[in-house]
Design a protein around this ligand. Sequence first.
Ligand code: PHE
Length: 357
Amino acid sequence: MDDLKAKYLGQIAEAADEAAIEAIRLAAVGKKGEVALKMRELGKMTPEERQTAGPALNALKDEINSALAAKKAALADAALDERLRSEWLDVTLPARNRRQGTLHPISQAREELTAIFAEMGFSVAEGPRIDTDWYNFDALNIPGHHPARAEMDTFYMHRAEGDNRPPHVLRTHTSPVQIRSMEKMGAPLRVICPGGVYRADYDQTHTPMFHQVEGLALDRDISMANLKWTLEEFVKAFFEVDDVELRFRASHFPFTEPSAEVDIRCSWEGGQLKIGEGDDWLEILGSGMVHPKVIAAGGIDPDVYQGFAFGIGIDRLAMLKYGIPDLRAFFDSDLRWLRHYGFTALDMPNLHGGLSR
Ligand code: PHE
C-alpha cells in the first residue's frame, strides 16, 4: 500500500496539466482504479486483516484525492499568474487623440430654437413625415382642387393598383402637426413641431428635403399682436441681437386668415450672407391667425378658441445665423465647408464678433 501511495503522489507532483490530473485520478481512485481493486480484495481477507486494511485503504484514497485537488488548484494559480504576466496594460501611456465630431448646424439651430420657444411656454410635438393627404391638405382647408396643392410640388407615395388606403404624401410642411396636436391635446394649446418636410424643388435656397418648425398657440383671446411679439422675441433671442428688422408682408395661406409672410433684412454682398443689413430680404416664415375651419378640423370649437400659427424654415435660420449662402451645402456629403465657414458646434459664432467674416 505504501508503494501505491508513493507511486501516485509522485505522479501527481509531476502532473503538468488538468488532463494529466484527470488520468491519474481515474487510474488511482476511479471506479476501476487501483485502490478500488484493492478494496474488492478486502472480501477475501480475515476479519482481523480487514480491520487494518479497510481504514488504511480509505485513508489512502482520501490522501490521493486531496493531493489531486491541491495540485489542480496549484495549476490554476500558475495559469493565472502566467496570464497576468503576459496580458498587461500600461495605464500610464498617454491616450490616443480622438477626432471630435460636431453637431450639424441644422440640429444645433433646432436645439436652440426649441429652447427659446420652451422658455415662452411652448411644448414640442411631432408627427409623421409620411402623412395622409387629409392631414397635409384637406384638414388645413386645402381642398382637392385648390391651387396650393399643386403649388407645393408634392411628392406622392406610390400606390399599388387596388390599394384603397387614403393617399399618402411626403408632408410638404409641418402644418399637419397642428391638426394632430389639436386632436391630441385640445385647447388651450401652445406647441412647436420641428421636423423634416419635402418638396420637389432645388436651387440655392431650396432643397427637396428641408426643415420647418411649426408654431401653434390657441386660447380664448389670442391675437395677431401676440403673433408679432412672439416672432420678434424669438428672432432676437435666436440671433442674439437687440434688434432685427422683420418685414411682415400680407399674404395668403388657406389655413390662416389673415396671413403674413415674414422676411428678415440681409445682404448677399460678395457671396457672403449677412443679416440685419443690406437691401435684401430673406423669407423665413409664413404665419397668420388660424382659420376657423382648421380649428374645427382639429376637433376644437372655433367660436370659443382662436390663435396664431407660423411655420419657420429651420435651414433658412441656420443659413442666416452662420452666414452660409447656399442651402445645398447643408446636404453636401463633404463637410469641410463647415470648417470653412468657421462653424464649430457648441462654440457659437457670434454675429457681432463677425461670423460673416
Ligand atoms: N405651412 C406654410 C408653409 O409651409 C407655413 C405656414 C405655417 C403659414 C403656419 C401659416 C401658418 O409655407
